[in-house]
Design a protein around this ligand. Structure first.
Ligand SMILES: Nc1ncnc2c1ncn2[C@@H]1O[C@H](COP(=O)(O)OP(=O)(O)OP(=O)(O)O)[C@@H](O)[C@H]1O
Ligand SMILES: Nc1ccn([C@@H]2O[C@H](COP(=O)(O)O)[C@@H](O)[C@H]2O)c(=O)n1
Length: 217
């Protein structure tokens, strides 16, 4: 079974994807980490002409060994750099191969990101699109960073999240929208446990309908 989990920044898709992977005993890939690793590799070249060429080379050379140091990869700066390399077509193409080979391994997988249901796994068995309003997402991210000892400017964080969402949605090479057959899960007023229960309920319903030869969205 392949489960695709998409949604905007700090919507909780990684948390839900991790919970679904544990529940169903499937491997999980947080695809945002791939873009973050590429962004981190070229951060020093951000304002230089060779930024794009270096980002493409970093994406083509990426392997699982680059996905370490999660604290740095999940920093706000890595998120911004990730969304800058994510608009480069050949970077997306290089990362496509990495994601496809993860998704198509025997037994299935859970992948979370922006374009899993639309571009990486349009054939996924179950597609979830996670939503939460911008203020709730900012607050979740702020608490996550504060738990690591980071001092957070909530006003700046809110604008950074909105800016990143806008760049992602306008990305000409992206696919950041709810797939027609994805199930919307609105979590603004749901805690982590309740959101996971709701996600599992959707997966169960979709799989039961599929087993009965019907489809639902
Ligand atoms: N439903 C929820 N209610 C409250 N907090 C949540 C909820 N879901 C996730 N969180 C918390 O919000 C923070 C961000 O969650 P998570 O990393 O899963 O988001 P994400 O969408 O994967 O983020 P990003 O796309 O930026 O990597 C985490 O600290 C997580 O514990
Ligand atoms: N499938 C994906 C995943 C991520 N991106 C880009 O990476 C940025 C960071 O992603 P997070 O999930 O860790 O927040 C994100 O803002 C996107 O620009 C992507 O394009 N496609």
């Amino acid at each position: 079974m392949i489960i695709a989990v998409d949604g905007p920044a700090a919507s909780g898709k990684g948390t839900l994807a991790t919970g679904l992977a544990q529940h169903y005993g499937l491997p999980h890939l947080d695809t945002g980490l791939l873009y973050r690793a590429v962004g981190r590799a070229v951060g020093d070249y951000e304002d230089l002409p060779e930024f794009e060429a270096r980002a493409i080379a970093a994406a083509e050379a990426l392997d699982a060994g680059h996905l370490t140091d999660i604290a740095e990869l999940t920093s706000a700066r890595s998120g911004v750099l990730a969304s800058k390399v994510a608009v480069i077509g050949p970077v997306r193409q290089a990362l496509f191969e990495f994601q496809r080979s993860f998704a198509t391994q025997a037994g299935g997988a859970v992948l979370d990101g922006r374009d899993i249901g639309t571009k990486i796994c349009p054939d996924a068995d179950v597609k979830l699109f996670i939503q939460a309003d911008s203020k709730a997402r900012m607050e979740r991210r702020a608490r996550q960073l504060e738990a690591r000892g980071v001092v957070v400017d909530r006003y700046a964080l809110f604008h950074q999240i909105e800016e990143r969402d806008a760049r992602d949605m306008l990305n000409p090479h992206g696919g950041f929208y709810k797939a027609a057959d994805a199930h919307l899960l609105e979590t603004t007023h749901l805690g982590i446990e309740a959101a996971l229960r709701a996600a599992i309920a959707i997966v169960e319903k979709v799989m039961a309908l599929k087993a009965g030869g019907r489809t639902s969205s």
